[in-house]
Write a protein that binds this ligand. Structure first.
Ligand code: TGC
Ligand code: FAD
Length: 392
């Protein structure tokens, strides 16, 4: 049975969007429908990142979409979020790629880079001519990145970097890595470096055997005496706060993206339930227990849409705090994962087949729940915000 996505809008959500916002959303939706949906199951099976989409997505302005100048589209945060929603409706791995390129590579260069770094990298990253990755997590430091062991040592007019980064999206396809390291002799302050990935001593190796985000490249990075000129240090970066500011941008996009994945699962399950008949030739949608699942999903998706729209409106006024973004990321990813599980259940045995997108979304969302701050870490960020007590 072929199931075509029809959009999900129970509470006139569209009426809260401007014409421009709807246009951006519909353009991204059509792009995903025409270009990603036809190939995503093959990519997922093969564990292949659809690199052929890199340039077409650049042409639509998806990279660094909310940044201004340097060839970037200058979208509002809500428009950017709607793009993320549509990308993840297709696949979390493709949304991940765009998140990393935009929020974790272009944003730090924009926020902490020198003018020269911005002119060198931003137009090339925007056009998809160059790709980037973000190295914060290490084998022994995930939720607690402040403990990182990667070091930078100043030697004359260069820095020498040593360390390991783990679970790095786009690591082996990146031309430039944003590397966070403690600078020796500067009180071990965390600073950000732009490291060209063809420098001697830099190695990226892909992590194989993932059951999740199979259409996304995930790598480990190793740096052994990698020399970079001092102008590769991002001058305005300083302290753990700098990478955490990048994470806010990415977490915000994920909160929208998760709504997209949830919409894909819900719409598929709804259509299936109206078509599939069991007992007295009745569609399974006529059973109360199935309706309860559908009612739960549409309620939670609607709440998730409103939550992330409000965070987006606040962000557009520069009033979104990181605790607001944590709430949106935590809630919406949890909600999407629950929708994926319930939708999978509604499809019965067909729910485990990749003829339908649900199991892929469900497996992807397990990573999304962990990366960019686990569900538990966001619980503690919200807890700290409301109590004033740190419980990490
Ligand atoms: P803590 O002492 O709390 O904070 C240090 C300083 O930073 C400030 N701060 C933030 N600033 C901006 N944005 C945030 N979200 C911030 N959170 C904290 C804080 O106020 C403080 O400022 P100051 O002025 O006092 O120095 O730091 P901590 O070491 O106790 O850790 C806090 C914690 C646990 C919340 C943080 O480390 C954390 O968020 N951990 C989770 C790590 C994480 O999310 N890693 C993500 C890696 S990248 C990734 O997963 C990419 S996947 C991408 C994809 O494929 O889509
Ligand atoms: P841990 O920190 O070891 O956590 C394990 C468990 O312990 C979790 O349930 C966690 O919630 C819990 N826990 C930890 N501390 C506490 C606490 N204080 N209180 C209560 N519970 C706690 N990182 C990057 O830097 N760049 C990337 O591009 C990137 N891409 C990724 C792509 C994928 C597919 C994945 C899976 C991860 C990626 N990551 C990336 C890494 C990701 O950010 C980390 O996996 C994440 O931050 C969690 O760290 P960890 O895996 O080491 O888990």
């Amino acid at each position: 049975m072929a199931i075509k996505f029809r959009g999900v809008d129970f509470l006139e959500f569209d009426s809260l969007l401007s014409d421009d916002e709807r246009l951006v959303r519909d353009t991204a939706r059509k792009f995903i429908e025409d270009n990603l949906i036809p190939i995503i199951e093959e990519c997922n099976r093969a564990g292949r990142f659809p690199r052929e989409l890199v340039k077409p997505m650049a042409e639509l302005g998806f990279y660094g979409a909310s940044l201004k100048g340097y060839g970037c589209a200058g979208m509002s945060n809500v428009e950017y979020g709607l793009v993320m929603q549509e990308l993840e409706r297709g696949d979390s791995g493709v949304r991940s790629f765009v998140s990393v390129q935009s929020a974790l590579v272009m944003y730090p260069i924009y926020a902490f880079g020198s003018e020269e770094q911005k002119k060198t990298w931003l137009p090339a990253l925007q056009s998809g001519e160059k790709l980037g990755c973000f190295g914060l997590t290490e084998p022994d430091f995930g939720s607690n990145p402040g403990g990182m062991r990667t070091r930078a040592r100043k030697v004359g007019k260069e820095y020498v970097l040593n360390g390991e980064k783990m679970w790095i999206t786009s690591g082996s396809i990146a031309d430039v890595a944003v590397i966070w390291a403690k600078v020796e002799g500067e009180d071990n302050k965390i600073r950000g470096f732009l490291v060209e990935t063809d420098r001697p001593g830099f190695r990226a190796e892909d992590i194989h055997g993932k059951w999740s985000l199979r259409a996304s490249v995930t790598s480990s990075l190793s740096m052994q005496d990698v020399h970079v000129p001092e102008c590769n240090l991002m001058p305005k970066s300083g302290g753990l706060k700098s990478p955490l500011m990048c994470l806010n941008q990415a977490r915000y996009g994920i909160a929208w993206g998760a709504v997209g994945a949830a919409m894909a699962c819900y719409d598929c399950a709804l259509q299936y339930s109206l078509f599939r008949k069991q007992f007295r030739e009745q569609p399974i949608a006529s059973h109360q227990l199935v309706q309860e699942k559908l009612a739960w999903m549409i309620s939670e998706i609607t709440k998730g849409q409103l939550l992330v729209l409000q965070v987006g409106r606040l962000k557009d006024k520069d009033r979104a705090g990181f605790q607001h973004i944590s709430m949106a990321k935590r809630n919406n990813v949890w909600m999407a994962l629950e929708c994926a599980r319930l939708s999978r259940d509604i499809l019965g045995a067909n729910g485990v087949a990749d003829e339908y997108p649900i199991f892929r979304h469900m497996a992807n969302l397990e990573s999304v729940k962990t990366y960019e701050g686990t569900h538990d870490i966001h619980t503690l960020i919200i807890g700290q915000s409301v109590t004033g007590i740190e419980a990490f």
